[in-house]
Design a protein around this ligand. Structure first.
Ligand SMILES: Nc1ncnc2c1ncn2[C@@H]1O[C@H](COP(=O)(O)OP(=O)(O)OP(=O)(O)O)[C@@H](O)[C@H]1O
Ligand SMILES: [Mg+2]
Length: 501
């Protein structure tokens, strides 16, 4: 770096260090970097690891702007903790074109550098867009990195001052309900992951946020189907209307009509008026979970409502129009179910206007460290414990386990660790994961020529269930937990696979 540049940076740092207010500090930083880099636009964002969001302040009225860190280059720099220098935005896989098409701006080059604190944790990102002459150089990257290293301290101080002030302002502690709502919503909206599969889901949710199209979510158990469904709802024009979930697997045939349509007053003595799920969700979203478990009779009724967008209450006089967005989810292969004649083809086509596949953890193993740390931070904060961390060997072990119960199973394991580990660091030996047969021997046992995928999957399921049951002496609750299944889910599998003691 040239002497003039070093001098310029020192000069700015001096000014920056005397600004203790967060919003003006970020604005000041952006303005100085802009001059230094000769870039058209410069932003300084703060990074919230738990919610996976970047945020900043609009200079005029201190308004907070906030966006998802999975959308675009600045977020990638934060999540990966590394500088990203993009010479042609439209050719870069992580660039998010949607922002340009919304603002009409044309992004060409980007330089994004993570801002770290003294513990090397990423607390923000500074980003320059469209250098005035040519792409950003290696020199520019070095300058911005040097600058970010100093800015980190100034920002930490300002964040600390900000937190103290807020604490003083809120002398009334929040009610428990309010807290729950905040935690609930923060959790719902945050789908963690940097893999292309998760990124594609987050982008799709963002792209269709203005519309209310129906969506079908397909994925193994525990892969975040409900999380995606609620994210779709809370990122839609219906977000302040109800989100109503209906578990189709727990819907006996004789209650289908009452559950879906509701019951009119005075149908029979002893029967109360009841609001059906479609009506309850009116204006909002109805989440039809486990749609693959609906009986054929119930499917016919469901299809009728979806086509007519009106419900007939039991004992009612005329159909009541409803405006409901339907999001359905299943862990079954519906195309196979159609072949087996257990699922109606017309209903399937009606539901799958847009399809989302939630990937298993095996497909996105690279996201396991990120997810594990996310769950760890979340559950420590729920339990009001100081944040713990994983030892590198523990992360390695988590990464290589096969997670039949996917993210839910990983979250359960982390919850158990938060409750049981005293120290700050969680070591490999504290994990409770079954030893899996090495890949080669599993293959020998289960993969032989002439077997279908279903047979192989069944053999693996059988083996894992038997191992878990044996380990817990047939305590089904514990075995189910280890497998990442509900007790009910395990019972179903035992029946299907005809496993008995
Ligand atoms: N990508 C993700 N980021 C953050 N949390 C996740 C992610 N995927 C799953 N989870 C968490 O894992 C748990 C299970 O997710 P969810 O209940 O949405 O799965 P599901 O597919 O509906 O499971 P099931 O088929 O068993 O009903 C939830 O606590 C959810 O918040
Ligand atoms: Mg679910």
């Amino acid at each position: 770096m040239s002497e003039t540049n070093k001098q310029a940076i020192l000069d700015i740092i001096r000014r920056v260090n005397s600004e203790r207010e967060l919003a003006p500090l970020l604005v000041l930083l952006a303005r100085e970097i802009k001059a230094l880099l000769r870039a058209d636009l410069v932003s300084v964002f703060l990074f919230d690891r738990e919610t996976c969001e970047l945020y900043s302040f609009v200079s005029l009225d201190n308004q907070k702007i906030c966006f998802d860190a999975r959308l675009g280059i600045a977020g990638a720099a934060a999540l990966q903790g590394e500088t990203i220098n993009v010479t042609d935005a439209y050719e870069h896989p992580l660039f998010y074109k949607e922002v340009d098409s919304r603002t009409g701006y044309r992004t060409k080059t980007i330089l994004a550098v993570p801002i770290k604190n003294l513990h090397e944790q990423v607390i923000g990102v500074c980003e320059g867009v469209n250098k005035l002459d040519g792409p950003f150089t290696k020199d520019d990257a070095e300058i911005l990195e040097a600058f970010a290293a100093h800015a980190g301290n100034a920002i930490e101080t300002a964040l600390f001052v900000d937190a103290l002030k807020k604490e003083r302002e809120t002398n009334e502690p929040k009610g428990k309900l309010q807290q729950n709502i905040e935690i609930g919503q923060a959790r719902l909206r945050h789908i963690v992951g940097m893999s292309p599969q998760i990124q594609a889901i987050v982008r799709l949710i963002d792209q269709i946020r203005e519309s209310s199209v129906d969506v079908l979510i397909e994925g193994e158990s525990g892969t975040g189907k409900e999380l995606v469904a609620s994210a779709l709802h809370y990122n839609s024009p219906r977000s302040n209307q109800p989100f109503v979930a209906l578990n189709c697997a727990a819907l006996p045939d004789n209650l289908v009509e009452a559950e879906l349509y509701g019951i009119e007053k005075g149908v029979a003595t002893g029967v109360d008026k009841r609001t059906g799920k479609f009506e309850a969700a009116n204006g909002g979203t109805l989440f039809l979970d486990e749609i693959g478990d609906l009986s054929l009779m119930a499917q016919a009724k469901m299809l009728r409502v979806l086509q007519q967008r009106a419900v007939d209450r039991v004992g009612g006089q005329r159909p009541i129009p409803i405006d409901v967005r339907v999001i359905a989810a299943t862990n079954k292969n519906l195309e196979q179910a159609i072949k087996d004649r257990t699922f109606r083809e017309d209903l399937y086509y009606r539901l799958k206007v847009i399809r989302i596949h939630t990937p298993s953890l095996r497909e996105i193993a690279g996201d396991i460290p990120l997810l594990a740390n996310h769950f760890l931070a979340h559950h420590c904060s729920l339990a009001r414990l100081p944040v713990k961390e994983f030892a590198p060997a523990a992360i390695e072990r988590l990464r290589h386990y096969s997670w039949p119960g996917n993210a839910r199973q990983l979250e359960n394991e982390v919850k158990r660790l938060v409750a049981s580990v005293r120290g700050k660091t969680i070591g490999e030996e504290q994990l409770d994961l079954p030893v899996e047969p090495t890949r080669a021997s599993a293959q020998e046992e289960t993969l032989s020529y002439g077997k279908t995928i279903d047979e192989v999957v069944e053999a693996i399921e059988r083996r894992m269930i038997a191992d878990a049951l044996e380990k817990y002496h047939w305590n089904k609750q514990k075995a189910a937990q280890e497998l990442g299944l509900s007790r009910q889910g395990l019972l179903k599998k035992l029946k299907r696979l005809a496993i008995t003691r």
